[in-house]
Design a protein around this ligand. Structure first.
Ligand code: FMN
Length: 181
């Protein structure tokens, strides 16, 4: 699968088969995280691999009932929680390098996209989940003070691949030379 095919073909998957994910596939997915770009190569990510049914169920309890990805957490054999170490990305000698503060969210986003694309090339499904009670999840997973949970995704074999939600036309978001209002 070439890169554009993977980028365009990846979908958010919310229905999973119970089939296990081979360890080798999980390793490839983690390798994709490993090679994500990050602020000054700081690699602030931490990934928690959850297979335990009780922990998955507890984490599912941190999602609001209306989150369409709720059932996928229990269905998929693996739940991956992406966390970031605070005060590293976007900092130099402990000082913020830009007015944007901590770049943790950005770096974890890049890692997540690498993860999702690598999974897709292996026939595995993912869905980025950002709408949940982060504090509650951090308590469940025993996250230390200097780390925060950013997002999570189930990992498993999709039952089906839905249609792609419509994208904006390139002309709607690309400007040349200066921003046009
Ligand atoms: C930062 C972020 C947070 C998201 N949070 C959720 C979520 O909480 N629940 C959910 O079902 N989908 C979530 N999504 C998935 C988006 O709804 C999905 O990517 C978007 O509709 C485009 O569909 P596609 O991924 O199939 O291209 C999230 C995506 C991103 C990037």
């Amino acid at each position: 699968m070439d890169l554009m095919e993977a980028i365009k073909g990846r979908r958010s998957i919310r229905k999973y088969k119970p089939d296990p994910v081979p360890d080798e596939a999980l390793q490839v997915v983690m390798e994709a995280v490993k090679w994500a770009p990050s602020w000054a190569n700081t690699q602030c990510w931490k990934v928690i691999v959850v297979k335990d049914l009780k922990i998955k169920s507890d984490v599912a309890g941190a999602l609001p009932k209306g989150n369409p990805a709720l059932s996928s957490i229990k269905e998929a054999p693996i739940l991956l929680i992406l966390c970031g170490m605070k005060g590293i990305s976007g900092f130099y000698k402990g000082q913020q390098s830009t007015e944007k503060g901590d770049w943790l969210m950005f770096d974890i986003g890049l890692a997540m996209q690498n993860l999702c694309l690598a999974a897709h090339t292996l026939g595995l499904g993912t869905v980025v989940i950002g709408m949940f009670d982060h504090k509650k999840t951090e308590e469940i997973l025993g996250i230390p003070q200097n780390v925060e949970v950013v997002a999570m995704t189930p990992l498993g074999y999709p039952t089906s691949n839905g249609p792609a939600p419509r994208r904006k036309e390139i002309s709607e978001f690309v400007f040349y030379e200066k921003y046009k209002t």
